[in-house]
Structure formats: structure tokens, C-alpha cells
Design a protein around this ligand. Structure first.
Ligand code: FAD
Length: 345
């Protein structure tokens, strides 16, 4: 029997520490719990939202008149090894960074650059997490889900997940019926490809006289770089990057560089489009380390993409602060930023 808590504050289930109450909350520790919770919701005609650690969600002030499911399904199984590949199936509720640590200890390559990303394993596919040149899409094989349409567990192959930059079928479909219970990754026994190491990681390895490119050395580099740049959500409430890097056409990009008379950091996507650094746009607009006493929110001193909650007490005020940033950047650069974390429900 699942343990149903009533009238629970959702502030404790978002690293931004905002939001009203959930009518009901259940910690789901097994596939059986998941099925039982779904049946309970159906029987009582209640909506469901499943989350992991709440590091990419912000709850509305009015809370949620339904059942919040916290995924705590554990498990780590390595199988079907051959000379170069190891497949691992991981429970959606496993802490992601512990999974990365474990695979790095096994000297496996594939997710070492995704070290220290907060949250659960299941959520990594929801927005196709990425950092320092790696994305979960590069190693994901499939996702095990419980389908709320027919109450069956299913395996969705990566080709059907529509993974894209900070996006997937699990994020874009407003009627997403899938509760993720596990994911399977294909990791490699080969060393990381030196030509694909992210420039900041290469700089770190050079500065620290580390010549061997191993998953462990990359993990250590990424942890050090991230720790020096990003606030720890356990200490300072935040959701990591609050905005995605906008994609614009090369012609828009060149005319913007010309009109601002600035070299804008960017990454080539294809022959027609580039991604520009949202952090640069915010800093250029004068909003780095910007503190707003009225709302209680600020941008982080070393990474302006991160909004921190200094003394904010409502999601309505966070939205005001967000809109101020979006409007200011738009007035200064003509580019409208898009929010990364999800506001629920
Ligand atoms: C300091 C900081 C740094 C960050 N850095 C990065 C980064 O470098 N790259 C990056 O991509 N992200 C980053 N993030 C964002 C965040 O850590 C990731 O998106 C992470 O995968 C979210 O995991 P979570 O368990 O906290 O998900 P939650 O916030 O709990 O949920 C996120 C979304 O996924 C859905 N969801 C979660 N679990 C399930 C499930 N089992 N089944 C169905 N739906 C589910 C939720 O409904 C919600 O829509 C950062 C966040 C912070 C606070």
C-alpha cells in the first residue's frame, strides 16, 4: 500500500523553494507503487504529476489539486558487455550524479561530462540534459515508462523520444501520458575522444598538468569548473540555467553583431543557424549580478543565466523578475529569451 500524504507544501519539492500545497503526495519506490498510485488517481479522478528532485520545476503559488508523485525507484544493472560496450539500466529515481560517479568508477565513457547535474536519472531524458559537450541523447538507448493511457509498462526506443536541445516528447507534449520508471544507456570502455573534449575542460586539464584523458579526470574537471561557477541549490535556491541559448539565423546574427558592435559568443548549429550565449546577452543588457529587492530575486554573480531566490516568497514575483529580464534583453538585443525550467501545474 502506498503512503498518501495530504496537503503537502511543494516548496520542499522544488530547488527554487516556491509554490503552494499539493492536495496529495506519494513517494513511489517501485513499479508496483507506481501502478497503484495511477489506479488511485484514476479511481478518484485526480490529475497526476511525477517529478524527481524538483531541480527543474517551479510550482505555482496556488499549488496542485491532484497527486504529486516523487520518483524514488532505484536500481543499477550493467549487462550485455562486449569488447567496447556496456549497457546499463538505471531506476528513474536514482540520483543522477551518483550514477555518473558509479560509471566513472567502472572506467566507462559516455556521461562523465554530465557530472554534478542535480536531480534524478529519469528526468535527464525529459529535457535531454546536456553540459560540457555531452547530452543524454548520445548514450540513451531506451526509456521504460508506465503509460497512463492503458496502464501498461512499455519500452520507448530513443528514436521515438524526439530528443532535441533541452527538449523531448516528455516535455513538449502537454498531454504527456508517460511516467518514466527506468532508462538504459550504452556506455563505452574506450577512452573519451580527445577531439571532442569541451574547451573549458581542456583548459582545466592543461592548467592542472593532467595529460591523461580518462572519464575520471574529465569528471573531476567538470565538478571543479561547475562548483566554481554555479550556486549549490541546497544552499542558495535556484533551478540552474533559467533560460535556454536562443537559436537565430546567421543573417540575424551578423546584423546583430554589427549593430551592437560586439563579438557575440555563439555555436554553429548548421549552415543556416547559430546558437547564441544567453548568458552573454543578459550580461550585455546590464543584468549580471543584478539584485531586485522588490521581488527578492537576483541573477548569479558568476553565471547570469542562473536566477537565485534571495528572499522571494512567491512564484508570481519570480515571473515578474523573469519578465523584466526577458523584456530588457529584448529591448537591448532584439532577442526574446525562452525559459528552461517548467512552471507546474
Ligand atoms: C544548479 C543547477 C545546475 C543545473 N545544470 C544543468 C545542466 O548543466 N544541464 C541541464 O540540462 N540541466 C541542468 N539543470 C537542470 C536540472 O538539474 C535537470 O533538468 C535535471 O535532469 C532535473 O532532474 P529532477 O529530478 O530534479 O527533475 P524535476 O525538476 O523533478 O522534474 C523536471 C521535469 O521532468 C519531469 N519528470 C521528472 N521525473 C520524471 C519521471 N520519472 N517521469 C516523468 N516525468 C518526470 C517533471 O514532471 C518535470 O516536468 C541544473 C539545475 C540546477 C539547480
Amino acid at each position: 500500500m502506498v503512503n498518501v500524504k495530504q496537503n503537502v507544501s511543494l516548496k520542499d519539492y522544488s530547488t527554487m523553494r516556491l509554490g503552494g500545497n499539493a492536495n496529495y503526495l506519494i513517494e513511489v519506490g517501485s513499479r508496483q507503487d507506481l501502478e497503484e498510485s495511477a489506479q488511485l488517481a484514476q479511481k478518484n479522478n485526480l490529475p497526476i504529476i511525477m517529478i524527481g528532485a524538483g531541480s527543474n520545476v517551479i510550482w505555482k503559488d496556488e499549488g496542485f489539486a491532484g497527486i504529486v508523485l516523487i520518483n524514488k525507484i532505484l536500481g543499477f544493472r550493467a549487462f550485455e558487455e562486449d569488447e567496447t560496450n556496456v549497457f546499463v539500466t538505471v531506476g528513474a529515481g536514482e540520483n543522477w550524479d551518483s550514477v555518473v560517479a558509479k560509471t566513472v568508477q567502472m572506467n566507462l565513457t559516455g556521461i562523465e561530462s554530465l557530472s554534478l547535474i542535480p536531480g534524478s536519472t529519469g528526468a535527464t531524458v525529459v529535457q535531454n540534459v546536456g553540459a560540457y559537450g555531452q547530452e543524454i541523447s548520445q548514450t540513451l538507448i531506451n526509456v521504460e515508462v508506465f503509460d497512463l493511457q492503458d496502464f501498461k509498462f512499455k519500452i520507448i526506443p530513443v528514436s521515438n523520444c524526439q530528443l532535441a536541445y533541452r527538449s523531448s516528447i516528455f516535455k513538449t507534449n502537454p498531454k504527456n501520458p508517460y511516467l518514466i520508471s527506468a532508462i538504459t544507456l550504452n556506455l563505452s570502455k574506450s577512452s573519451p575522444d580527445k577531439t571532442k573534449i569541451y574547451p573549458a575542460v581542456t583548459d582545466y586539464l592543461n592548467q592542472n598538468n593532467i595529460s591523461e584523458v580518462t572519464p575520471e579526470n574529465i569528471r573531476r574537471a567538470v565538478i571543479d569548473i561547475r562548483s566554481s561557477k554555479l550556486p549549490d541549490p541546497a544552499v542558495i535556491p535556484n533551478n540552474g540555467s533559467f533560460f535556454t541559448n536562443p537559436t537565430i539565423s546567421y543573417s540575424q546574427f551578423f546584423s546583430l553583431q554589427k549593430s551592437l558592435n560586439q563579438a557575440i559568443p555563439h555555436w554553429k548549429i548548421d549552415t543556416e543557424n547559430v546558437k547564441v550565449a544567453a548568458a552573454w546577452l543578459i550580461e550585455y543588457s546590464g543584468l549580471k549580478d543584478f539584485h531586485d529587492q522588490n521581488t527578492g530575486f537576483a541573477t548569479w554573480k558568476t553565471q547570469p543565466l542562473v536566477i537565485i531566490n534571495e528572499s522571494g516568497t512567491s512564484t508570481a514575483n519570480l515571473i515578474k523578475f523573469r519578465d523584466f529580464i526577458v523584456d530588457t534583453v529584448y529591448k537591448k538585443t532584439g532577442i526574446r529569451l525562452t525559459q528552461e525550467p517548467q512552471i507546474l501545474p
